[in-house]
Design a protein around this ligand. Structure first.
Ligand code: FE2
Ligand code: FE2
Ligand code: FE2
Length: 167
């Protein structure tokens, strides 16, 4: 692919990805406010943006088979744990931005679990086997992620596990 076309597609992939995420979150907010049809509209358009993102990503060569996708996912989570979030968290701390420090710390703690989950999964998928997976619970406050029955309180943010979203 020509370089400028590639750069443009890469920018478009980033833009569509962000739009998808924003619309999903806007949908949550609309539902909380009682606008269930607006919520559904945001959700449908979010899906369309995901289709655009996937088309761009495919052309950019970003999508492989699951075993490779898991490896890339481990690498991405590792970068966040080892470099990105420690630096972001300390930047926020240095600047006295307490809310940003907490937000970065919530992500840092969850990424450690994600990294392990992906790395473990990759072992089975490398042998062509699907993984064994109990129900997965996610804290809606901090993103703490847990397989199987969760503890009563979130170990990262102390939220009640009754609020956890089940997958
Ligand atoms: Fe789009
Ligand atoms: Fe993550
Ligand atoms: Fe939490």
């Amino acid at each position: 692919m020509k370089e400028m076309t590639k750069r443009a597609l890469s920018d478009a992939f980033a833009g569509e990805s962000m739009a998808h995420m924003k619309y999903i979150i806007y949908s949550d907010i609309a539902r909380e406010e009682g606008y269930s049809n607006v919520a559904r509209l945001f959700e449908a358009i979010a899906y369309a943006e995901r289709v655009h993102a996937r088309n761009h990503a495919r052309l950019l060569g970003l999508l492989g088979k699951t075993v490779g996708n898991l490896r890339k996912s481990v690498d991405g989570e590792s970068f966040e744990i080892e470099e990105m979030y420690p630096v972001y968290k300390n930047t926020a701390s240095l600047q006295g931005e307490k809310a940003a420090e907490i937000s970065n710390n919530y992500a840092l703690e969850a990424e450690k679990i994600h990294q392990t989950m992906y790395a473990e999964s990759k072992k089975d998928v490398a042998k062509g086997k699907d993984i064994k997976l109990a129900e997965v619970y996610v804290c809606p406050v901090c993103g703490y992620t847990h397989e199987g029955n969760p503890p009563d309180k979130c170990p990262v943010c102390n939220a009640s596990s009754k609020t956890f979203k089940k997958f």
